[in-house]
Design a protein around this ligand. Sequence first.
Ligand code: NAD
Length: 429
Amino acid sequence: MASSPAPINLASSLLGGSPTYKMACDQLYEVAGVMGTDAGIIGRLAIPKRSLVVAVPIRMDSGEVRTFVGYRVQHSITSGASKGGLRYAPHVDLGEVAALSMWMSWKVGLMNLPFSGAKGGIACDPTKMSRGELERMTRRYTEEVLPIIGPRVDVMAPDMGTDEQTMAWIMDTYSMKVGYACPEIVTGKPVELGGCVGRREATGRGVMYCILEAMGELKIKAEGSTAVVQGFGNVGSVLCQELFQRGVKVIAIGDRTGSIRDTQGIDIPALTRHVAAGKELCKFPGVTVIPDDELLTTKCTVLAPCAMERVITADNAPRLDCRVLAEGANGPTTIEADRILAASETFVIPDILCNAGGVTVSYFEWVQDLQQYFWDESQVNDKLRELMLKAFRRVRTQAKELNLTNRMAALSLGVNKVALEKAKRGLYP
Ligand code: NAD
């Protein structure tokens, strides 16, 4: 592993010693060591280009004023407008957002999209806030980050705890500031406001394309194989539906309310209706409720963590019992766990490849908004599949040719693209 230059230690302390940011930096040093990246470039890649921390005071429904802390980190501006999701969750901090922005840079680099990486977030619990409170918080956050966003500067999208409606409020707040409707300021917005058909499903669908490709390589038939999915939100629920339609039995699912199992296969359409009706996943009738720590170690063909970071650790990695690990979430596997998996038979589809369907269709949405010319869903899905499979094959070729793990192969392609562009442009971007 390459040693970390001194400025990076400074950045680590500025970013609050966050374990997620440290994990992103350690991955960068490892891949840079393998690829022989110039130390000056590593320093520039390890420290986000621009980070903004804002106070977001709002009046709650009770009349009380509460101030939330919001973040927007633009990891890079080298390769085009920066692009990345906005996350609402209690644990959000500057280090987590910085790490996620760095992973976005490698992801858009790997996918060859004309963007740089960014991420945003507000430390809050959206499940305990009313719609009015969420709207006031989103609009105020947008006002506070206004100086550093724009359709050619930085474009947000949904992530954990945010959705199409959040994007609609951002689009409206920005549009009222500039004086005209500006759909291209965000992606993942409602179709009625210039959103892209198929964007909501894109991340889960992209995960499914990767899983089927991996199964093909491993000569495993989808029909009759099994899956375990952590997270039943945007990514996890769509993935479950896609797998169900292809005859893969989803035998266990977990979310923040608990974990359930049915070895005969969970009825995904019925579970989707149950959760859409506002009921808790773990109250779904006819299944066994299992302890959360049993979910990830359940025997299955495909394990898909689609919730949060750092859930596969040195502690549970030796007990995983899956053939394919499909990382729908960002950063679900720690560096230590990754080393354990690299020495096992597990076929890892790394996050920056596996969940890249979301930003890929976000790119399609941005292009359509700029051109004011809209595609139909079959065009979107065909193009998504084409770009996902192209990236998957590039990763596999790189892994075989350089004898790298899939993660190192994917990271090397993403990091190299950004490093090359930085080297060619000069020191400013
Ligand atoms: P979401 O808010 O729609 O869903 C999150 C899910 O995770 C929910 O089911 C929630 O209950 C579950 N969860 C939260 N805490 C949990 C815990 N402690 N244990 C188990 N489950 C827990 O979020 P999402 O958009 O589906 O994002 C999930 C992951 O996918 C995140 O890592 C996100 O960064 C990544 N991702 C999302 C997109 C996208 O387009 N939405 C794109 C790329 C990557």
